[in-house]
Design a protein around this ligand. Structure first.
Ligand code: GLC
Length: 444
């Protein structure tokens, strides 16, 4: 329906599946107060070591994680293999700072990749370009040691080229030893602009970008191993996926130069943190959760919704409840999400509601966040619809192309003149018992 800017990878499955689970897991689950805890509290390596020494998510059941994601209607998952703290969740040969050297002792990435693939979900790896543990990663404006002169003084001896090679070696491991990997999610490049008013740091420190990462080579390394893999844009080199974060995207994202529509995926958290944050209370309501998904697809994008497991390896009850909201709704309404995209521009949804349309153009879906009293006028639909029903129970929705009598009692122009070829729907006075009712239109 809509031409999308060509991408190096194969995005067809991605723009069909629409909905994925992000998993942020690492040592930061133990302090349980945000995945940036090490730098927010400027914790020195030796003081952060206790989390490594006590890392033992003994209740971790990757199969249960995969079943929860599948039951929520998610079709792919992206898990942190290494976050900014530098701790590796797989048995890497390039550092001792890895899960197999902790009390837990097992390769979590192996467990997760196998379990999610066994449930039929595609598997993506998040890999942090930032590394606050690696000895060759120079202290910079976001680093936990940014205010320690003795640590900043080590920078000349820290070899960023060695660190860039370390990243290529680890990406090679991850894309070679863990089966078919469908997404590579790098995170992230930053200039002083990014950090504005975020952290104080010693003079002379900078951010890092594509030249520091040797991003061309890093991407080439990944593509040589998995040519069709989808890669995000956070190395500062545009690849397959644009990645707006913690924002509700209200239009189809376009290429900054060409204006072409691009493949994009909004990533969001259930609460205000990616990693498990015990005392964080800003958990989104069920309607907000559903609107993030529906609005993304209504604007031609995907949603990657994040879970931060606890240090015992479980999704906490608040995350499980949020996943159930998705699962209950997707069970009967998934058809308005999978294989759907932004509706034809001639179809304008009533304020506060969203259309999606099947990529083949044959089915149109109206998502009713605002449920009106008994009737709906839908511009542009007259002559276009062969049948209409509630999606959740396939019960018929009656409609007419004639302006119903009760509209004609108003003084002044008839409603029909108010908009182009409207369709007049009669809907039940009693709102159906489902969070966001969806009307499915089978188009002529
Ligand atoms: C931001 C956060 C990082 C998180 C990422 C997810 O970069 O700083 O912690 O992993 O968003 O998109």
């Amino acid at each position: 329906m809509y031409p999308i800017k060509k991408t190096p990878g194969d995005h067809a499955w991605f723009t069909h599946d629409r909905f994925g689970m992000f998993i942020h897991f690492g040592l930061y689950a133990l302090p349980a107060r945000h995945e940036w805890i090490k730098t927010r509290e400027e914790i020195a390596d030796e003081d952060y070591q206790k989390y490594f020494d006590h890392f033992d998510p003994d209740l971790l059941d990757a199969k249960a994680w995969a079943k929860s994601a599948k039951a929520a209607g998610m079709k792919y998952a992206v898990i942190t293999t290494k976050h900014h703290e530098g701790f590796c969740l797989w048995d890497t040969q390039y550092t001792d700072y890895k899960v197999t050297n902790t009390p837990y002792g097992k390769d979590i990435i192996r467990e997760v990749a196998d379990a999610f693939r066994a449930e039929g979900l595609k598997v993506g790896f998040y890999y942090s370009l930032i590394d606050w543990h690696h000895p060759d990663f120079p202290v910079d404006i976001l680093h936990p040691d940014r205010n320690r002169p003795e640590k900043v003084a080590e920078n000349p001896s820290r070899d960023m080229k060695k660190y860039a090679k370390y990243m290529r070696d680890q990406i090679t491991e991850l894309l070679t030893n863990y089966g078919d990997i469908d997404i590579l999610w790098f995170d992230f490049s930053y200039t002083d602009e990014h950090n504005k008013k975020k952290f104080k740091y010693l003079p002379g420190l900078k951010g890092k970008g594509k030249d520091d990462w040797e991003a061309e080579e890093l991407i080439a390394t990944a593509r040589a191993l998995r040519p069709g893999i989808l890669i995000d844009n956070r190395t500062q080199i545009e690849q397959d996926i644009y990645t707006p974060e913690q924002v509700q995207v209200s239009r189809w994202m376009t290429h900054p130069e060409t204006g072409e529509k691009v493949v994009w995926e909004a990533c969001q958290t259930f609460s205000g943190s990616w990693g498990y944050y015990r005392d964080e209370t800003s958990w989104k309501t069920p309607e907000m959760l559903l609107e993030l998904l529906i609005q993304s697809v209504a604007n031609g994008g995907n949603l990657l919704m994040n879970v931060g497991p606890t240090a015992r390896g479980c999704f906490d009850h608040r995350a499980e409840e949020a996943l159930r909201v998705y699962g209950d709704w997707m069970k009967v309404n998934g058809r308005s999400i999978y294989g759907c995209t932004m509706a034809d521009p001639e179809f304008i949804a009533p304020a506060g509601n969203y259309y999606t349309q099947s990529a083949d153009g044959k089915r149109l879906y109206l998502h009713l966040f605002k449920y009106p009293y008994k009737s709906l006028i839908l511009p542009g639909l007259a002559g276009k619809v062969q049948y209409a029903q509630f999606l959740h129970d396939a019960s018929e929705i009656q409609y007419s192309e004639e302006c119903p009598y009760f509209y004609q009692r108003f003084k002044g122009e008839s409603v029909a003149e108010l908009s182009e070829a409207p369709l007049f729907l009669t809907i039940p006075e009693h709102r159906p018992e489902i969070r966001v009712p969806v009307i499915e239109f089978i188009l002529k």
